[in-house]
Write a protein that binds this ligand. Structure first.
Ligand code: NAP
Ligand code: HSE
Length: 439
């Protein structure tokens, strides 16, 4: 067996503690898989006195990140602090010091992928990031290695465990949004700033990474249109349920005009109504699932725990094993990610994407209102498939009724134009709510 491989851990919170546990408690199994021992040498944290989910010798723990990064007995640095500021410095310094880097930081890669990968190539070192997308689900390897013979044509994924946990708890247990979010935080699923989870940003970061691997595009997170679950009304979860649908936060990439010299890909994150029988609709709790369509293989589905201590540690440690074996270095060199080369695909807005729509309005219960709403849809050539007018909203000062309209397939841009007209109608009480419906 080769000589032991030293590992430095920067950050020992939810994920870091899981990694430290695996490295210290399963060392024999890991050594067999890696062909050499993986030895945790140093751990940098902000507050060494904090209780942790792993017991480490006091002399292993430090607040001095630079000392860990520069330690000559540490050829691999694992960045698990999160965020895009300190983490960026840690990764840059580690690469400059000749270390390989393993990270679970999707926000960092989505924002600074080109810079980080250029630094890695210059230093002739490797950056591994399986844990950055979908926690314990090996989607990075699936896309970069197992589907390498394909041109991916579509990706549809539940990529944020916290949002999926909240939506499941609200629809299955009738839990309030605030209670479900608090529980997701307690279980270690949420980001340090949970706004990133619930406003769709975290899923957009992950989609940007998948889009780089699948389409070669560099999509800045800000360019990805996103809507989160933070604005979802429990009313719509209930109406969707009555109609036979489940609301899921989906990150989607749709390729178009693939055979033209200038193919496009539309990227967006939004709540979507899925039929309850759909495979993605049945993904519950903090689980993630990603459906990838390849032009050779057809439809494939990857599913598993998308967040949490040990699930995420599983992916981080798999990266460490791949580095120890030398597999990761080879894939890294060939995949040439964020290399500055131009992609065949260009990122376009989602306006042209076609789907059915769920439209929910709160309207004053007056003659002619339904006719006006229908006219606005007709003017955009949007055909209605069903209309349900619910009973008046209890406790509302006026005679206000919810109107739920399901449409046939329409272009997103046309639906938006119709909604702009509808929102200007005098009888509309609050802005229209609309979600794509995926049958
Ligand atoms: P976390 O629990 O907040 O842990 C962050 C760690 O970084 C803590 O140990 C903290 O030290 C340390 N740290 C923060 N600032 C520091 C500083 N200035 N100096 C030294 N150490 C510092 O975060 P996490 O949930 O483990 O997430 C880590 C990364 O994994 C993030 O990029 C996240 O997006 C990603 N990720 C998380 C999950 C998940 O399920 N949680 C899943 C996939 C990916 P103290 O402990 O002393 O405060
Ligand atoms: N906060 C993230 C989530 C962690 O809930 O999915 C996994 O990346």
């Amino acid at each position: 067996m080769s000589e032991p491989l030293g590992i430095g851990l920067i950050g020992c919170g939810t994920v870091g503690s899981g990694v430290a546990r695996l490295l210290t408690q399963e060392s024999e199994r890991l050594a067999t898989r890696a062909g050499r021992s993986l030895v945790l040498r140093r751990v940098a944290v902000r507050d060494p006195s904090k209780p942790r989910a792993v017991t480490l010798p006091a002399e292993m723990v430090t607040t001095d990140i630079a000392a860990v990064v520069r330690d000559p007995a540490i050829p691999i640095v694992v960045e698990l602090v999160g965020g895009t500021s300190l983490a960026r410095t840690v990764v840059r310094d580690a690469l400059a010091a000749g270390k390989h880097v393993v990270t679970a930081n999707k926000a960092l890669l989505a924002a600074h992928g080109p810079e980080i990968f250029a630094a890695a190539r210059q230093a002739e070192r490797t950056v591994c990031f399986e844990a950055a997308v979908a926690g314990g689900v090996p989607i990075i390897r699936a896309l970069a290695e197992s589907l390498a013979a394909n041109q991916v044509t579509a990706i549809q994924g539940i990529l944020n465990g916290t949002s999926n946990f909240i939506l499941s708890a609200m629809s299955e247990k009738g839990m309030s949004y605030a209670d479900a979010l608090a529980q997701a935080q307690k279980l270690g699923y949420a980001e340090a700033d949970p706004t990133l989870d619930v406003d769709g940003s975290d899923a957009a970061h992950k989609l940007a990474i998948l889009a780089q691997i699948a389409f070669g595009v560099v999509a800045q997170p800000a360019e990805i249109e996103r809507h989160g679950i933070d604005t979802i009304d429990a009313l719509d979860v209930r109406y969707a349920d009555e109609l036979g649908y489940t609301v899921k936060l989906l990150a989607e990439a749709w390729a178009a005009e693939r055979d033209s010299p200038t193919p496009t890909v539309a990227l967006h994150v939004a709540p979507v109504l899925l039929r309850k029988t759909d495979m993605l609709a049945q993904v519950r709790g903090a689980f993630n699932a990603i459906q990838v369509v390849g032009d050779v293989v057809g439809e494939t589905l990857y599913q598993g725990p998308g967040a949490g201590m040990m699930a995420t540690a599983s992916s981080v440690v798999a990266d460490l094993i791949d580095l120890a074996v030398g597999r990761a270095q080879k894939t890294f060199a060939v995949a040439n990610l964020w290399s500055g080369g131009t992609s065949r695909f260009s990122v376009v807005p989602s306006d042209k994407v076609r789907s059915r729509f769920y439209l929910r309005l709160l309207v004053r219960d007056l003659p002619g209102v339904l006719a006006d709403v229908c006219q606005a849809l007709a003017d955009q050539e949007i055909s209605i498939s069903s209309v349900i007018q619910h009973e008046a909203v209890e406790g509302h000062p006026e005679q206000v009724v919810p109107l739920v309209i399901m449409t046939h397939t329409a272009e997103t841009a046309r639906m938006r134009d119709a909604i702009a007209t509808i929102d200007r109608l005098a009888a509309i009480v609050t802005p229209a709510v609309h979600y794509s419906v995926d049958d």
